[in-house]
Design a protein around this ligand. Structure first.
Ligand SMILES: CCCCCCCCCCCCC/C=C/[C@@H](O)[C@H](COP(=O)(O)O)NC(=O)CCCCC
Ligand SMILES: Nc1ncnc2c1ncn2[C@@H]1O[C@H](COP(=O)(O)OP(=O)(O)O)[C@@H](O)[C@H]1O
Ligand SMILES: [Ca+2]
Length: 496
């Protein structure tokens, strides 16, 4: 049974619901009330007389602009036994859906975005999890990296079908780091080697948007709406995701699932971290300030183009999870194996090298769509194809850079400009023109700036500093020289 199309509803019409989108079923009392949850519901006199038995099905309804909502439909019938049979059968069908989670570990960041994480969870998400009979263990984080460290060392992961975070991209990143590190440690894998094959983690990660950018949620689901995300989690709507590993001198730094940005996005993030008190508006303020400074950075970008892949960054297709999908991203094992060997033996395929002065170097492993830019940094990027779209914005006038930025918010192509180029790549490296000394790195790691950062060619002037930092999913990486590899399903992050 995959569809319910039967009986007469309270409005006297017939109704069809796909079993895969049923959230719960409850029997209604003959005395016009629900049996299970004590929520009483008045039934129309006429239908009660004609059909004295009834049950209510809660299901996913697709609303406007990718939003999902929970709807109820009540079915009436003449015989109690038949009614019970329907309820039992539906429950059996729901139990048989193995992709649905039953036990979840939930982390809430109370300080993410507009600091509404706890309220959003209690009011919008928890009632849906209860309705769908999902048990939860909820932890409200007390400090940064609380969730990461708990996942890495303490959490009894065997008890859960998945972990869910309520927060922004930074919170999601904490979960990825906690889970991936734990899996590698348990399997004796050294994350420091860029060539090491990582062991996929088996637990899924879900995200309820309550952050500032919410790009991971928006780019996968199509909207940053907590109810929609909760419903995706309940029905077990999984989406594999690419994960990039970032190394510096054979030392592992971080993983990235959305944006790695040097120059504009790195500087903007570094400035915005000092203005967290402003909430999400800090990005507008720091974005404007960074735009005015108009710093460019010199260096060499080397990359391994992804040649035998489906599509290019200039395609018109859009990749999203769920039913709105135009192109479901999920490569076959065969392609996956080829990707692995490409990653392990990159010299087989030609690397390309580009030197120059860049206002921004961005790597988007997914579209990076968000409310500020509904089509994203790289609208055609795929969620799970083992590639990242490398966008190079060369030094240009302020006016031209503004035109480029504005195109992220309109239908015009942001890559169709002489100073912008985009490449779909499997790996890339960036080396700044000037080497960063260890002492410089130490100071930058502690959030301080050095005089030596100021332009080395003209120490007396105030033109561009020698280095920016990398914005890695909203976290600052002080190292300018990095090596990045993009992996499909090697890490096994499955987003609901
Ligand atoms: C003059 C109009 C300019 C409009 C430019 C819009 C371009 C927007 C591209 C946005 C890309 C967002 C990529 C996502 C990055 C997040 O990982 C990161 C952290 O998110 P969170 O933890 O939720 O705070 N966010 C950012 O780095 C901020 C990007 C904001 C860009 C304006
Ligand atoms: N209880 C907490 N107190 C302070 N910082 C926290 C706490 N929990 C998580 N964080 C950190 O807050 C940062 C931002 O979190 P996030 O949920 O992404 O919000 P935002 O989207 O506003 O940046 C993350 O780097 C995370 O590590
Ligand atoms: Ca990708």
């Amino acid at each position: 049974m995959s569809w319910l199309t039967f009986f007469i509803t309270s409005h006297g019409t017939s109704h069809g619901v796909s079993v895969s989108e049923i959230l719960a079923v409850r029997e209604l009392d003959v005395d016009c009330g629900t049996k299970d949850d004590g929520r009483w519901q008045k039934m129309p006199q006429k239908s009660t007389e004609a059909y004295p038995y009834a049950f209510t099905v809660s299901y996913v309804e697709r609303a406007w602009q990718h939003r999902w909502r929970c709807s109820d439909v009540t079915f009436h019938c003449l015989e109690g036994a038949l009614c019970q049979q329907w309820v039992q059968t539906i429950r059996e069908q729901l139990t048989a859906l193995t992709s649905r989670p039953k036990h979840l570990l939930v982390y809430i960041n109370p300080y993410g975005g507009k600091q509404q994480g706890e309220r959003i969870y209690e009011q919008k998400v928890a009632p849906l999890f209860t309705l769908a009979s999902i048990s939860t263990h909820v932890i409200v984080t007390e400090h940064a990296n609380h969730a990461r460290d708990h996942l890495r060392t303490e959490a009894e992961l065997k008890k859960y079908d998945g972990v869910v975070c309520v927060g922004g991209d930074g919170m999601f990143s904490e979960m990825v780091h906690g889970l991936v590190s734990r899996t590698q440690r348990d399997n004796g894998v050294d994350q420091n080697s860029p060539e090491e094959k990582l062991v996929p983690c088996t637990l899924r990660i879900g995200i309820i948007p309550a952050g500032s950018t919410d790009c991971i949620c928006y780019a996968t689901v199509g909207i940053n709406d907590p109810v929609t995300s909760a419903l995706h989690i309940i029905v077990g709507d999984a989406q594999p995701m690419d994960v990039c590993s970032v190394h510096h001198n054979n030392t592992f730094l971080r993983y990235s699932v959305s944006l790695l940005g040097y120059g504009f996005y790195g500087d903007m993030l570094a400035d915005s971290e000092r203005k967290r008190w402003m909430g999400p508006a800090r990005y507008d303020f720091s974005g404007f300030k960074t735009f005015l400074t108009h710093h460019y950075y010199e260096g060499t970008v080397s990359f391994l183009p992804a040649t035998d892949i489906l599509g290019t960054p200039r395609d018109k297709t859009r990749c999203r999870a769920g039913y709105v999908l135009l192109y479901k991203c999920n490569l076959s094992n065969n392609i996956h194996n080829q990707l692995c060997s490409l990653v392990l033996y990159p010299h087989v395929w030609g690397w390309r090298v580009i030197r120059g002065k860049f206002l921004a170097i961005n790597a988007a492993s997914m579209s990076c769509a968000c409310p500020r830019s509904p089509k994203g940094l790289s609208p055609a990027a795929h969620l799970a194809d083992g590639t990242t779209d490398l966008i190079l914005v060369r030094k240009c006038s302020r006016f031209n850079f503004l035109r480029h930025l504005l195109r992220h918010t309109s239908k015009y192509d942001q890559f169709d400009m002489t100073f912008v180029e985009v490449h779909r790549v499997r790996r890339f490296r960036f080396t700044p023109r000037y080497c960063q000394s260890d002492s410089e790195l130490d100071l930058r790691e502690n959030g301080k700036r050095l005089f030596s950062q100021i332009c080395r060619d003209h120490p007396a002037c105030s033109c561009s500093p020698a280095y920016s930092s990398w914005n890695c999913d909203g976290e600052i990486l002080p190292h300018a020289a990095i090596e990045v590899g993009c992996f499909y399903n090697l890490i096994g992050v499955h987003l609901w």
